[in-house]
Write a protein that binds this ligand. Structure first.
Ligand SMILES: [Zn+2]
Length: 381
């Protein structure tokens, strides 16, 4: 059983005070080195991979059968621990507000999203090692350094690792009241451009084709995609068109934020946008669409529900009423879940206000989450 909250807090101060803004790669690498050292000390084969053209530092640490260098078969991990080391704040944020403890909360950049979660992983593994419970397990830790900017460089590595794993735990923050995340919406952005023909609005209106009017018609059609029954939303969020009050505009552009709850909606929505060019309303106008749904939804499956049931049961055993929620926000769990690997998210520390200065975690959740996840791991093996 884990009881060393003091050591956790010491580690917490160390890694929160390393500035690992998404655009500060040396800081991300320093966080990776911290975990590389600690995980190596308990028998993991830990290395830092530099992903993509931008060479984003990512930590990969494996234990068990995946650890054998001469193993012929593809390593299979019982469990993949997934998290991100970057924070959303600009470089320099840590100098302005260092890690601090106020009352029953810890504060600082990334304390909730998600350095607390990374430390839950480390302390769970150190606890399992100390108890001799890890010997039969085959585990993989994957911490990327570009989640807050869309995981462009690390996405394929994450998916490849998830394919070799039987289940994935994602350590984004747990919601207050011990609510984990079992469903996340997927989504993407679309950009719709209508082209018409410029003309004097007063003298020659019949010679013009009004791109703003064309786009307005398309916006009404796009708005009809919203369907609470399927959980799909399509919100036109930015519109631009026209230049002078007496000129019929020849160009107008709309940006659309799309979210889907179900994977089958991806095709319906993408087909809608990809065929918009065939349905201009004003004769002579043209429509161009760019964009796609690049994050599949994280859906609840019988397998992920079975995992949740184990987590709820282990929660009860330590006197915590764990539940799960669905959210509109995306995480790397969207990618792993879409591959069919059962994925549970929100397994980090309990906290709130991610991406804001008043972000915090509840100190009381440190021993609770470390013990809960350790017990869940033991239950699964
Ligand atoms: Zn996050």
């Amino acid at each position: 059983m884990f009881s060393n909250t003091d050591q956790f807090l010491k580690d917490f101060q160390t890694i929160v005070n390393i500035d690992s803004s998404s655009d500060h790669l040396p800081g991300i690498e320093a966080v990776a080195r911290f975990f590389q050292q600690r995980l190596s000390a308990i028998g993991f084969k830990a290395e830092i991979l530099f992903q993509g053209d931008t060479k984003v530092p990512c930590l990969q640490a494996v234990f068990g059968s995946g650890n054998s260098p001469d193993s012929e078969h593809i390593p299979e991990y019982d469990l993949m621990f997934l998290g991100h080391m970057d924070t959303v704040f600009p470089f320099g944020e840590v100098d302005k507000r260092q890690f601090s403890i106020q009352g029953d909360k810890a504060l600082g950049p990334g304390v909730c999203d998600m350095k607390g979660g990374l430390l839950v992983v480390l302390h769970v593994l150190e606890t399992l090692k100390k108890e001799g419970a890890m010997d039969k397990m085959s585990l993989c830790v994957a911490f990327n350094g570009d989640e807050e900017t869309g995981s462009e460089a690390s996405k394929e590595w994450i998916k490849g690792t998830a394919k070799k794993s039987r289940r994935v735990f994602v350590f984004e923050p747990c919601r207050p009241g011990y609510k984990m995340v079992s469903q996340r919406k997927g989504g993407g952005w679309f950009y719709v451009t209508a082209t018409g023909k410029e003309s004097h609005a007063g003298a020659d209106p019949e010679k013009g084709i009004n791109a703003v009017v064309e786009l307005a018609n398309q916006i009404v059609a796009i708005d009809a995609l919203n369907d609470p029954n399927t959980g799909t939303s399509a919100q036109v969020t930015v519109v631009a068109g026209g230049d002078k009050v007496n000129i019929i505009p020849n160009k107008a552009v709309a940006s659309v934020d799309v979210r889907i709850e179900r994977l089958e909606e991806k095709q319906r929505v993408e087909t809608f946008f990809n065929t918009l060019c065939e349905r201009p309303v004003l004769p002579g106008s043209k429509i161009l669409v760019q964009g796609n749904i690049d994050r599949p939804p994280m859906e609840i499956t019988p397998q992920s529900q079975a995992l949740l049931d184990i987590i709820f049961l282990e929660g009860k055993k330590i006197g915590i009423n764990v539940s799960s929620i669905s959210t509109g926000g995306c995480s790397d769990g969207n990618f792993t879940s879409a591959l069919g690997t059962p994925t549970i998210d929100g397994m980090g520390l309990v906290g709130a206000n991610s991406h804001r200065q008043d972000e915090y975690v509840e100190l009381a959740s440190i021993p609770v989450m470390v013990n809960l996840i350790s017990n869940v791991c033991k239950n699964l093996m």
